[in-house]
Design a protein around this ligand. Structure first.
Ligand code: MG
Length: 223
């Protein structure tokens, strides 16, 4: 019996990943850090500091200093905020409506600390989420791929792992949710091969939110 659906935000509720990739690529180029755009899809879900450590290690053979992390991540955030249009992921409102129609609660579990997106959730998806039940970068000590964010989502929803579903687009997000023991549905809205999401333990996979919405009522009866 499914009682709660835990939604990732970037790449699931908002079509914001191309803007994150743009902002990361700009700062990585500026600071001469080895990178490809695909790296940032693979890193999605990590904290900014952990992403910068990885780029510094592969480029300079050392972690980024706290000062470098602060400066570069701030520049990345500013570029993202300037470019962000707040575009909703096509099909996301339909998925949320289906979840509600089944009498199931929706929560957001995101590694994002982007106030610009978090503040918009209730405006863009009215009546879908309770603010105090959101899990954001500000609530957790360890980000994805650690299970902590999704375990906290279960706690806030007041349900067991077996009573929840996760909707995720990112490999590390799927890993986090699977480690929390939750049935995880991947929606591959980016350019990575499906295999990466299956290999992380996704139990079902869709390529867009419209298809998930159309199949939601029947799939929850089979879980
Ligand atoms: Mg995501």
């Amino acid at each position: 019996m499914i009682k709660a659906v835990l939604f990732d935000m970037d790449g699931v509720l908002y079509d914001s990943m191309p803007l994150h990739i743009y902002a990361w690529s700009e700062v990585a180029t500026k600071y001469r850090l080895n990178h490809t755009p695909e790296d940032f899809y693979l890193f999605e879900g990590r904290t900014g500091g952990s992403t910068l450590d990885e780029l510094f290690r592969r480029t300079w053979g050392r972690d980024a200093t706290d000062e470098e992390k602060k400066r570069i991540y701030q520049e990345k955030t500013e570029l993202f905020n300037q470019a962000n249009t707040g575009r909703i992921m096509p099909g996301a409102p339909e998925v949320l409506a289906e979840v509600k129609a089944q009498g199931i609660e929706s929560l957001v579990v995101t590694g994002s600390g982007q106030h610009s997106l978090i503040d918009k959730l209730n405006q863009d998806f009215p009546g879908c989420f309770e603010r105090e039940k959101m899990v954001t970068a500000f609530d957790v000590r360890y980000g994805k791929p650690h299970p902590e964010p999704y375990l906290m989502g279960l706690l806030k929803a007041g349900v067991e792992a077996g009573e929840a579903l996760v909707i995720e687009n990112a490999p590390l997000g799927v890993r986090s949710a699977v480690a929390a023991g939750i049935f995880t549905i991947a929606v591959n809205t980016g350019p990575l091969p499906d295999k990466i999401l299956w290999d992380e333990g996704a139990r079902l996979l869709f390529h867009d939110m419209h298809t998930l919405a159309r199949n939601f009522a029947s799939l929850i009866r089979t879980i």
